[in-house]
Design a binder for this molecule. Sequence first.
Ligand SMILES: [Zn+2]
Length: 332
Amino acid sequence: MKRKLLDYLSCPSCGGAIALAAVASTEDAEIMEGALECQACKRSFAIVRGIPRFAMLEKVEADKAATAENFGWQWQHFVQSDQLYEEQFLGWISPVRPEFFKDKVVLEGGSGKGRHTQLAAGWGARDVIGVDLSDAVETAFAATRQLENAHIVQADIYHLPFARSFDYAFSIGVLHHLPDPQAGFRSLASKVKPGGHISAWVYGAENNEWITRFIDPLREKLSSRIHRRLLLHLSKAPTAMLYLATKLVYGPLNRANGSSRLAQHLFYNDYLNSISKFGWREQHTIVFDHLVAPTSHYIQREDFEEWWRAIEAEDLTIGWHNKNSWRGFGKI
Ligand SMILES: [Zn+2]
């Protein structure tokens, strides 16, 4: 944990100021082991392996803990990086562009292995704080510790340990895995300063009926419950089908002159074309990601719009992403 993070912290229980109570070890700019303490209620929070711990898995509700555990395992296993992450991230937060991050204080709700925190820091944000409930914080910390404007915090998105101090908050592919997605969105928005902005990307209900009918029952009853290493191997079979379809059919048809109109008629074309450039490992991550989640909600456009109305967002842009998910961007 870098000392600069203290400027943004606030007690998740009472909102009191957080101070550094003890430093047991440091490495370069990072406090590796130590303790933080709320000046008001005196609750203390450990700093372990460089990461301030505001939520421990054993203390959160069972369904959230199960989700965090499975994704935590995933992001400690699939630690690869891909040059396509940048393009993919910009697709999820459109119309936001890299210039937008310049000098902003940014919060990421659900940072996984830290790939977006890393990009935002590289695009010149003043500070970026990536928050995750799961053990993925270990991977995210390792990926971002050399960046002086990147910070990783382990916390529950419903009880964020920050003051209302952010210019921009975003959450990509995380809210729909929470027991109450809208509550997570509201919590994130509550940390954005008036005049600041927020982006969110979630699975859509529309066009995903085949997933909710056929894949979801399998995921809920089976794949999210079996041993993760077994799932890792079993998920190679559907990945092989996906890989062959995207490499032999979707990618070539969409890219070739004359056949891209034909490709528009293919099943799930926009999405499968968008991932056709990814290699085996990234596609395997995507398949595994869908099968491992104990909780997934598929959100209707009108429900997503309601989230933004409820926080009274202005200058709102809500759009279809790959015709299977919703992205939104608005001003608080
Ligand atoms: Zn407190």
